[in-house]
Design a protein. Structure first.
Length: 269
């Protein structure tokens, strides 16, 4: 696809059986590289608190912090759509608070669409934002906060047995249809699994995207940039297959730099 990606483009890709792909990122440099690589959208996730800043809880991230990250990604992005997560708080306070926060993320942050977590719990918020002309990327599925609603232990959510039990697939299809009817333009199906994931993707006309727990049964995938490139201390000794291992490359580079400086050699770069 050439030129600026639009929401209708992503929806057309689903109709044509083409997979869309996104990247979760929080900074200008990664955004520039991702845009050049050809991602369809870049998602500014509230997971920045845990994965980049070392916090223990994703709920600690504030609106002001999301604005900083969204602005940085916007500056680095020309072609891809920019989605920004609504942090915890405004949605829980109701439609007016969520709308005010979404308007700031669009106006000040430069987001093209707003992602609402646990959106099936707040369809009225989705309707309020869509009614104000704000595109909504609606996240739903088996998150730590919602898994119990489907009668599924969170640790077992990706098993085939779990996906087929307790009417999980039927309820998730209902949630997806509810969000589509509320006006969501895309769905982010968390931990879909092959049974519920395929059922949901077939039940709605809008694209169904998945990250952790997703698969080729969905209309597209989204992956955390740090996971894709193996950037983080946990990848120094990890055996998990990634597309690169930036952590090991960085460790080797830093070790070589220290050795050159201590030996009185000129450092590189």
């Amino acid at each position: 696809m050439h030129g600026k990606v639009t929401i209708p483009h992503l929806q057309q890709m689903k109709r044509q059986g083409q997979k869309s792909v996104g990247l979760v990122a929080w900074d200008y440099q990664i955004a520039r590289i991702a845009d050049r690589a050809g991602f369809d959208f870049i998602s500014v996730g509230d997971s920045v608190g845990v994965n980049l800043w070392g916090r223990s809880d994703v709920l600690d991230v504030t609106l002001e912090e999301m604005l900083i990250c969204c602005k940085a990604v916007r500056l680095g992005t020309e072609r891809a759509l920019v989605s920004c997560d609504m942090p915890y708080g405004p949605v829980q306070h109701g439609g007016d608070a969520a709308l005010a926060a979404a308007q700031r993320l669009m106006r000040e942050g430069g987001a093209d669409m707003i992602k609402i977590d646990a959106a099936a719990e707040f369809p009225q918020v989705v309707r309020a934002l869509v009614g104000a002309g704000i595109p909504v990327f609606a996240q739903f599925g088996l998150t730590p906060q919602t898994a119990s609603k489907y009668g599924i232990p969170y640790g077992a959510q990706n098993s085939l047995a779990a996906q087929g039990s307790a009417g999980a697939a039927e309820k998730l299809v209902e949630d997806a249809k509810l969000l589509e009817a509320a006006g969501a333009c895309l769905l982010d199906f968390t931990s879909s699994g092959p049974i519920a994931g395929a059922a949901v993707a077939a039940a709605v006309k809008i694209p169904v995207i998945g990250g952790f727990g997703g698969g080729p049964w969905l209309d597209g995938r989204v992956r955390l940039a740090h996971t894709a490139i193996g950037y983080g201390v946990k990848w120094l000794d990890a055996t998990t297959d990634t597309y690169a291992n930036t952590a090991k490359a960085a460790l080797n580079a830093f070790t070589a730099l220290i050795a050159d400086a201590r030996a009185g050699r000129q450092i590189k770069g």
